[in-house]
Design a protein around this ligand. Structure first.
Ligand SMILES: Cc1ncc(C[n+]2csc(CCOP(=O)(O)OP(=O)(O)O)c2C)c(N)n1
Ligand SMILES: [Mg+2]
Length: 280
């Protein structure tokens, strides 16, 4: 069970991370707010409760691995890493600037805390499989958590990795899918219907859970169950609201990859600040 006190702390942290995401994208004048805001609760829980991380020593061999496959939502992981102490908060406003370590898509060798580079969709699960397989061969217990998006499930490579993870019984993988029903140009139903992803994954030999990706108790319970389940790869389908926390950005693909202007930024931050005061 997730204690009430912990839940409140996580909600406050996620709210602050959302404010940073908005400021970063505003200053960069480009970026991807919808998916970033949608996955903030999951990322907050992972870094502040679940993953073994070593901010001062990011390559520590005891660490768990977080692979961000849908690299365009990197403002969320950058802000979370900064809050966790991987680098200074003031660096966040260098997002997408020339020479910055915070590129528009994650660049592994530049920024401490990143395990992979990403951007080309559909590659992260394959990368996670490689890491998970090598950890297994060395009898290591580190967890490999991979974040993917629903849009990525239109990539053939994704399904090759799904089969491989089953073949090698990669039970050190937990995939969390951002099921937000949008992609660049519309809804996933309009562009390429994904139908019943739970049934599909089950038929590929995966253990599947479906949760509300904004309820910390559900995130907690699903990850605890997944961590302790052996013998097969595991996926948590996180149903999320794209743009979560900023009403005018919610549930539309219009904010997939667009920066808010000055007024919109002000409105978004005000809304988040009001919400922060209500957290209890
Ligand atoms: C292989 C590949 N094809 C196309 C793109 C361009 N692209 C970037 S984001 C995106 C939409 C993908 O859908 P999803 O990740 O679900 O978007 P979100 O929910 O974050 O809006 C596309 C097609 C890409 N990055 N990589
Ligand atoms: Mg999506």
């Amino acid at each position: 069970m997730l204690a009430k006190k912990e839940e409140i702390k996580l909600k406050k942290k996620a709210n602050q991370i959302r404010q940073d995401i908005i400021s970063m994208i505003y200053h960069a004048e480009s970026g991807h707010p919808a998916g970033s805001l949608g996955m903030t609760d999951v990322l907050t829980y992972l870094y502040f409760k679940f993953l073994k991380t070593y901010p001062g020593e990011p390559s520590n061999h005891k660490r768990d691995y977080l692979i961000l496959s849908n690299g365009h939502i990197c403002p969320a992981i950058y802000a979370t890493l900064a809050h966790k102490g991987f680098f200074k908060m003031k660096e966040l406003l260098t997002l997408r600037k020339l020479g910055s370590r915070l590129q528009g898509h994650p660049h592994r060798t530049q920024l401490p805390g990143l395990e992979t580079s990403s951007g080309p969709l559909g590659s992260g699960l394959s990368q996670a499989c490689g890491i998970a397989l090598s950890l297994k061969q060395e009898n290591k217990k580190n967890q490999v958590v991979v974040l993917t998006s629903d849009g990525e499930h239109e990539e053939g490579n994704q399904w090759e990795a799904i089969m491989l993870a089953n073949k090698y019984k990669l039970d050190n993988i937990i995939q969390i899918m951002d099921r937000n029903h949008i992609q660049i140009d519309g809804t996933t139903d309009e562009i390429m219907p994904l139908k019943n992803l739970k049934e599909k994954y089950e038929s590929f030999g995966w253990h599947v859970q479906e949760i509300n990706g904004h309820k910390f108790k559900e995130i907690h319970n699903a990850l605890e169950l997944a961590k302790n389940l052996k013998g097969q790869p595991k996926i948590i389908i996180a149903n999320t609201t794209p743009g979560k926390g900023v009403r005018f950005m919610e549930n539309t693909n219009k904010w997939h990859g667009k920066a808010p202007n000055h007024e919109e930024t002000h409105q978004a931050i005000q809304e988040l600040k009001k919400e922060y005061e209500k957290i209890k």
